[in-house]
Design a protein around this ligand. Structure first.
Ligand code: PGA
Length: 246
């Protein structure tokens, strides 16, 4: 269970879906129905829709997140977006190190560590994604993998959100047993304690990977699970709000 002082956080990662018009409509619908009295909420649209999302979220407690950020503030990096650009817009969170970025775009731990530093130096809160592959899961290496990924990226700054996302659970409809989620989150909390000391108890650890309205309550009840990072199911307002209400 989440102790007092660690508010739950439910984040929707839209990935490369929805244009500006749909983004505006979905943010408006979520902002109107999200249970803000019980949890914090954020949505992460694609870069071209951030402005529309911020406009639609204005006046509500719904935060807007980016899905990625470049480690440098500016320069000759065609197609990239920097932390100061996001901060100037009013973006609150940025997803860093999602397994799709790691696997499909070759992001390594060193790059991800630099992205965390960039985000923090401009006041953004990074949502650091970690998690084991299917092979690592089958070999019983989950604990080692998440600890290694944390060590590579988390320094001494406790202003971070961790998302534990087993790669084999993303977009597959498969989820770990809540007891396995609790074990992974416990290992993450322990490593955070080693790195950050007492402030680690305030760091929120989200579960991500095939969260839906039917399985959310069970996953969110596991120990040290402080919320969810939701992909596919965040593209529907009713479903996303149902997850947050679970
Ligand atoms: P999914 O994605 O909910 O569609 O499995 C989760 C994520 O990639 O963050």
């Amino acid at each position: 269970m989440t102790p007092v002082g660690r508010r739950r956080l439910v984040v929707g990662n839209w990935k490369m879906n929805l244009g500006e018009r749909d983004a505006r409509a979905l943010v408006t619908a979520v902002a109107a129905a999200f249970p803000f009295e019980r949890a914090d909420g954020a949505l992460a649209p694609a870069f071209p829709c951030l402005r529309a999302a911020l406009d639609a979220a204005r006046g509500s407690a719904l935060a807007v997140a980016a899905q990625n950020v470049h480690p440098d503030d500016r320069g000759a990096y065609t197609g990239e977006v920097s932390a100061p650009m996001l901060a100037e817009m009013g973006i609150r969170f940025v997803i860093v190190g999602h397994s799709e970025r790691r696997i499909l775009f070759g992001e390594d731990d060193a790059t991800i560590a630099r992205k965390l530093v960039a985000a923090r130096s401009h006041g953004l809160v990074p949502i650091l994604c970690i998690g084991e592959s299917e092979g690592e899961h089958d070999r019983g290496e989950t604990h080692d993998v998440v600890v290694r990924q944390l060590r590579a990226a988390v320094g001494t700054d406790p202003e971070v959100v961790i998302a534990y996302e087993p790669v084999w659970a993303i977009g597959t409809g498969r989820t770990p047993a809540p007891s396995d989620v609790a074990a992974a989150h416990g290992a993450i909390r322990e490593e955070l304690m080693r790195r950050l000391g007492p402030p680690a108890s305030a760091v929120r650890i989200l579960y991500g990977g095939s969260v839906n309205a039917a399985n959310a309550a069970g996953l969110l009840a596991a120990e040290n699970v402080d919320g969810a990072l939701v992909g596919g199911a965040s593209l529907d307002a009713v479903t996303f709000v149902a997850i947050a209400s679970a």
